[in-house]
Design a protein around this ligand. Sequence first.
Ligand code: UDP
Length: 329
Amino acid sequence: MGMILVTGGAGYIGSHVVKALGQAGYDVVVYDNLSTGHEWAVLYGKLIRGDVRDQEALDKVFKQHSIDAVMHFAAHIVVPESVRQPLKYYLNNVTGSLSLLEAMKRNGLRKFIFSSSAAVYGIPDKIPITEENRLDPINPYGQTKAVVEKVLADMAYAQDLDYVALRYFNVAGADPQARIGEGKEDATHIITMCVRTAAGLRPCLEIFGTDYPTPDGTCIRDYIHVDDLAHAHLLALEHLLAGGKSRVYNCGYSRGYSVLQVVEAAKKVTGVDFPVKYSGRREGDPPALVADATKLQAELGFTPRYDNLDHIIETAWRWEQKRIRLALK
Ligand code: UDP
């Protein structure tokens, strides 16, 4: 089938993609510095501890394994943190990607799948957002993803690379069998915060901003289940392995929910009427991000399997309870 190098494969999204690759019969080499990832999250393949900025270590990996394609998840992902610590984000996300691409080029590798983000659009011209919308990020996190996408396009034009950039909307949920899920103690994403508040790990759920130009005043996002996103990666990989050309795709369900709707659904699914506190806007948040994901469906044949907010929350809730029970660190 092929041997795939997955950077950041011990992290939240990477580990679900590693699971999907393993289940589909691919050989997997996970390359992760374990700064936020966990050894227990790697269900398939071999884990090598290393940093994407370490050229020597990457050379060693490429020389020891005959890698067919690279999937690059290793990155920092917290929007408000990127506003306060931009250099941390540029160094890890941009320099890290450039380093990986440099090592790939030196070792004759040219198939690359990149974790991009809806944050590249900033405040979009219209909702739902198509891939043609101009890229105009409003926070350093989105900027790092837009910069790397530009590098990829330039490298593809120079015939150095074939890539698929997947622009993730809001990735949530966990393995339905609760073997893996969000493992970061300091996670910040809304659905994780809701289930952790419901589990009693936090005193209340803070809602950031109630004065956005949306129907209920809270931000609207398009939540996609992490296993559906993993499936999109498999389709992107098949496309590249079959000799397909470089592409960019939105990954979402083309449907938005407000923060208040997410909180309401989380209370219903968990059965816990957890406390909520209304706070001011969080830095770097666009009011609404909803994908037009028709291109992914039309061109790669993607069909969602978990397009149901309650179900997404339920898988996150089940995983959170297991994480607490096993005290996974
Ligand atoms: N959000 C919130 N409370 C939280 C975490 C997030 O109100 O504890 C809001 C956040 O301001 C944004 C939306 O939920 O409007 C989605 O944020 P998240 O951090 O989940 O993902 P992002 O869109 O930043 O990638």
